[in-house]
Design a protein around this ligand. Structure first.
Ligand SMILES: *Cc1c(COP(=O)(O)O)cnc(C)c1O
Length: 452
């Protein structure tokens, strides 16, 4: 039965972000999960080292979350949010406004982080139309940013490997540099930050009259390689946006809901976004719900008689789905009950102490961490920071080796992603870091032997 399922998966599926030739060589089908482990159809168990792609909070098959969905099923699975509301969508909206930065007062639902960003773009664009500033039509995006895979989200994204091929399909946006300290010439966080802010200010000085909004990931660029921004950068960007009348769209899809040791990462710098996109951990990793949060000022620019044509014409069939919202409400209740955010912050310190040993390995160039959002960058030379050749696929091979040793994650190039579920215990963190260490040593040894 198992082998026939594997054959069928190879025959019928086309997987996201996957070279299917790689899948055919290394297929895997997950059957079940429990706590922070998942099990494949052959019965092999793995630590979920990337929270099922950055989503999972309480582990798999958390009883309270399972029960919340079952209870909602006994009422209704889905109606619509077009022109009407439903019970859990309303409750969740209240909760989201309560826990998010103070100036955000309105919740617009969607089904994925990419959509939440698309909606933020449309809101920002139409906001200026609605208030008669029709010249503000363009966007500033950050270099190396990632906001999802729909065309609008790709247009404000800037990771060449993913985005270049779609170039002609995108709308143009200005790109501003991000302070990537490890890869910068000086390696100095303050200098790096100031250089980037100065370039951004110059761009704003010249173009602010035509710019609707700036998009930025909050504190950490995730898919761009877990680049943690130096202190003072995000708040510096906020100040410039305010000064030049440009809306600030903060993407908390990856960083939101305790992932970084704060409920939202922008709390680190007390940044108040004009628009904020959330998704991923919002349902504890159970169902596809995302949301765009807006300030009252933004909302009011759309609120008028119908014939003024200021309505936001956007929506999806499953927007505000009851099962998803119900499990999200329960997820947030558990955040309070189990002190999830404070626990992540505390355990992150322990995790950081575990990384000290990894840092001594000859090919670990840099470890970047904010809470439970971590990237381990493998390099061919620590002194020169020279990467391994692209063709060696060191990151990919290391994650395959980790799979062998009983842990799942995906690399970003040669940056290993470590994003365990929030509830991972100290013992589990230790076991996972051990697996990473073993895999890194084996693969980098192998590569160096062949290379020499
Ligand atoms: C994952 C991610 C997205 C896209 O979310 P999807 O639900 O995959 O569409 C957007 N922004 C950031 C920062 C992300 O990490």
């Amino acid at each position: 039965m198992q082998s026939s399922l594997i054959e069928k998966s190879k025959k019928y599926l086309w997987l996201p972000f996957t070279q299917m030739k790689d899948y055919d060589e290394n297929p895997i089908i997950i059957e079940s999960g429990n706590g922070i482990k998942v099990k494949d159809i052959e019965g092999k168990e793995y630590y979920d080292g990337y929270s099922a792609l950055w989503l999972n909070v309480h582990g798999h098959r958390k009883k309270e979350l399972d029960d919340a969905i079952k209870a909602q099923l006994d009422k209704i699975a889905h109606s619509t949010l077009l022109g009407m509301s439903n019970v859990p969508a309303t409750e969740l909206a209240e909760k989201l406004i309560e826990i998010s930065p103070e100036k955000l007062t309105r919740v617009f639902y969607s089904d994925s982080g990419a959509e939440a960003m698309e909606i933020a773009l449309k809101m920002a664009y139409q906001y200026w139309m609605n208030i008669g500033r029709t010249e503000k039509k363009k966007f500033i995006a950050m270099q190396n940013g990632y906001h999802g895979d729909t065309i609008g989200a790709v247009s404000i994204g800037s990771i060449d490997l993913y985005h270049q091929v779609y170039g002609p399909l995108m709308f143009e946006s200005f790109k501003a540099p991000i302070p990537d300290v490890y890869h910068s010439k000086s390696g100095d966080p303050v200098q790096c930050r100031e250089e980037c802010l100065a370039i951004l200010e110059k761009l704003l000085e010249e173009h602010h009259h035509e710019i609707a909004a700036l998009t930025i990931e909050s504190m950490v660029q995730g898919a761009g390689g877990m680049i943690v921004m130096p202190e003072g950068f995000l708040s510096g960007v906020r100040k410039l946006c305010t000064k030049y009348e440009v809306l600030m769209i903060v993407d908390e899809v990856a960083t939101g809901f305790g992932r970084t040791g704060r409920m939202f990462a922008c709390e680190y710098e007390e940044v108040q976004p004009d628009l904020m996109a959330v998704g991923k951990c919002i349902t504890g990793g159970y169902l596809p719900i995302a949301a765009t949060l807006a300030t009252e000022d933004l909302y009011q620019a759309f609120y008028d008689d119908f014939d003024q044509r200021k309505t936001l014409f956007h929506g999806h069939s499953y927007t505000g789905n009851q099962l998803g919202c119900a499990v999200a409400v329960e997820n947030l209740r558990l955040f309070e009950k189990e002190n999830i955010v404070e626990e992540v912050a505390k355990k992150a310190e322990y995790l950081s102490s575990l990384f000290e040993e990894l840092k001594t390995l000859p090919h670990v160039g840099d470890i970047r961490q904010l809470g439970f959002m971590c990237g381990i960058e493998l390099v061919s030379s620590k002194e020169t920071k020279e990467p391994f050749p692209f063709t060696e696929r060191v990151g990919y091979r290391t994650t395959l080796k980790m799979r062998e040793f009983g842990m799942l994650t995906r690399p970003l190039g040669d940056v290993l992603v470590f994003m365990p579920p929030h509830v991972s215990t100290r013992a589990e963190l230790k076991a996972m870091v051990e697996i990473m260490k073993k895999a890194i040593i084996e693969v980098t040894d192998e590569v160096m032997k062949v290379g020499s």
